[in-house]
Design a protein around this ligand. Structure first.
Ligand SMILES: CC(C)(COP(=O)(O)OP(=O)(O)OC[C@H]1O[C@@H](n2cnc3c(N)ncnc32)[C@H](O)[C@@H]1OP(=O)(O)O)[C@@H](O)C(=O)NCCC(=O)NCCS
Length: 230
C-alpha cells in the first residue's frame, strides 16, 4: 500500500470586524486591491479582502516569507498557484460566510464547499451525467438534498484539482450518487487520472455546509490547522 499524503486544511469566517478587514487589506497587492474595489456591495468587498488576505497569511507560513510578498501565478483557467521550487499546491473555496483552504506538498488539490439548501430547479437533469441521473431516479426524496450537495462539491472539487474549473462539463464524468455511502469517482474526465487514483474526502466546514477535497492520490490524510497553533 502506498504511503498516505497529508493535506493541511484551514477554515475561517469571511465576516470579520473592521480592524481585521483593514489589517488584511494591507496585505493585498495592487491587482487584489483593484479587484476588491470593483465589488458594488461593500460586504462582498470585505469578504474578498478577508479571503485573499487570510490566504496570504496562511500560505506565508509554508513559504517563510511575509504575507504581502506572496506571488501568485494563474493557470489557463484561472487557478491561482504559488511560484517557487518548494511552493506547495493549494486550493481555496468560499460559500456565504465561510472559506476553506487546502495545502499539500505532494499533489495538486481541489476543494469545494456549498451551503446546503434545496437545489434550484432540475440541476441534476441539466448538469449531471447520464449515469448520475439514472442513480438519482432511485433516490428517496428525503435523501436527495444530501446526495446532491455531496456529489456537486465532489465534482467541482475534482475539476478544481485539475485546474479546469467548469470549462469541463459536469456531465463528462460521474461520482457515486448517494446520501451515505463513501464518495467515489466512477468515471473520470478525458485525460484525467483513472477513478482508482482519486480520493474524494468529505468534510463539514461549518454547520449546514457540505465540503469535498479532491486529490489524485489513493491514500490521503487530513490535518486541520489553525493560526493560533497546530
Ligand atoms: C473554479 C470555479 C469552478 C470556481 O467556482 P465557484 O463555486 O464560483 O467558487 P469557489 O468558491 O468554489 O472557488 C473560488 C476559488 O477557486 C480558485 N480558482 C479559480 N479558478 C480556478 C480553477 N480554474 N481551478 C481551481 N481553482 C480555481 C480561486 O482561489 C477562487 O478564489 P477567489 O475567487 O477568491 O480568487 C469557476 O470559477 C470556474 O469554472 N472557473 C474556470 C473558468 C474558466 O475556464 N475561465 C477561463 C478563462 S480564465
Amino acid at each position: 500500500m502506498s504511503v498516505a499524503i497529508t493535506v493541511d486544511m484551514w477554515v475561517w469566517s469571511l465576516d470579520q470586524p473592521a480592524h481585521t478587514i483593514a489589517r488584511h487589506a494591507a496585505l493585498l497587492n495592487g491587482d487584489e486591491r483593484a479587484r476588491a474595489g470593483r465589488f458594488l456591495n461593500e460586504g462582498h468587498a470585505s469578504r474578498f479582502v478577508i479571503g485573499r488576505g487570510g490566504l496570504r497569511l496562511r500560505l506565508a507560513r509554508y513559504m517563510n516569507i511575509p504575507p504581502a510578498e506572496i506571488a501568485f501565478t494563474y493557470g489557463p483557467h484561472g487557478k491561482p498557484l504559488l511560484v517557487g521550487a518548494k511552493a506547495p499546491h493549494f486550493n481555496l473555496a468560499h460559500s456565504d460566510g465561510e472559506v476553506v483552504l487546502a495545502v499539500c506538498h505532494e499533489q495538486a488539490v481541489g476543494i469545494d464547499i456549498e451551503r446546503g439548501h434545496r437545489p434550484d430547479g432540475d440541476i441534476v437533469g441539466r448538469f449531471f451525467s447520464v449515469a448520475e441521473n439514472h442513480a438519482w431516479q432511485f433516490l428517496p426524496e428525503a435523501e436527495r438534498e444530501r446526495a446532491f450537495f455531496r456529489a456537486w462539491t465532489a465534482k467541482e472539487a475534482l475539476l478544481k484539482a485539475l485546474g479546469v474549473g467548469l470549462s469541463v462539463p459536469l456531465s463528462d464524468f460521474s461520482v457515486l450518487i448517494s446520501a451515505h455511502e463513501p464518495l467515489r469517482l466512477l468515471s473520470a474526465p478525458a485525460g484525467a487520472p483513472p477513478p482508482s487514483n482519486w480520493s474524494l474526502l468529505e468534510f463539514a466546514p461549518a454547520p449546514g455546509y457540505f465540503g469535498t477535497l479532491a486529490v489524485a492520490a489513493p491514500h490521503v490524510s487530513l490535518r486541520w490547522k489553525s493560526l493560533d497553533g497546530g
